[in-house]
Ligand binder design. Structure first.
Ligand code: HEC
Length: 157
């Protein structure tokens, strides 16, 4: 019986493509719901990694998650980080630095709280900045937010 179970598990493992855990590029995210924005200026502890202006976007499932506190599989939240250029008493968006992604799939990304984390350098779908380092590069800092499904931000009407 155990041998049979093991062979079923092995067969299932073989069926999963190697790249199944790769976080997909969030095509069309600029048309999703804008959740909030924030400017991180020189002197802030996270300036080196996240300096600039970022906008958060959520797809429809993630919006349900913000409202109910429960993010279903398929929820996707984007951290769109751009340079912030201060001049003439105004701050304007500059070049895109990275498109950060949290993609909900409780089973696929079980090791990182059920969220797949990825960063696309300059928003280029081919330039993955995180890859297999999600646990150290991203999840470690999001982990203390366990009570809010590892999500820092919240929705305001
Ligand atoms: C040092 C801590 C830290 C690290 C490391 C970190 N984040 Fe975050 N992340 C935050 C904070 C704080 C926010 C909330 C920002 C806001 O409210 O505008 C956030 C927000 C987000 C959001 C929007 C959803 C939410 O939680 O509010 C996404 C998507 C995201 N991060 C992706 C990533 C990815 C991808 C990585 C790895 C490349 C990463 N983060 C690494 C601190 C971190």
């Amino acid at each position: 019986m155990i041998a049979r179970l093991l062979s079923i598990v092995a067969a299932a493992a073989v069926c999963v493509p190697v790249h199944s855990a790769e976080v997909p590029f969030p095509t069309g995210y600029r048309s999703w719901t804008h959740v909030k924005s924030m400017v991180i200026e020189p002197g802030h502890a996270l300036y080196d990694s996240f300096g600039g202006i970022h906008h958060l976007y959520a797809n429809a499932k993630a919006m349900d998650g913000y409202r109910t506190g429960r993010f279903r599989d398929g929820s996707v939240i984007i951290f769109d980080l751009l340079e912030a250029n201060a001049a003439d008493n105004a701050v304007s968006e500059g070049k895109r630095k990275v498109v950060g992604v949290m993609h909900r799939d409780a089973r696929k990304y079980a090791a990182t709280g059920g969220w797949g984390f990825e960063g696309f350098a300059e928003g280029d779908p081919k330039r993955r900045a995180v890859g297999t380092n999600a646990e150290t590069a991203c999840f470690g800092c999001h982990a203390p937010q366990k009570d809010s499904s590892y999500v820092f931000s919240s929705w305001r009407e």
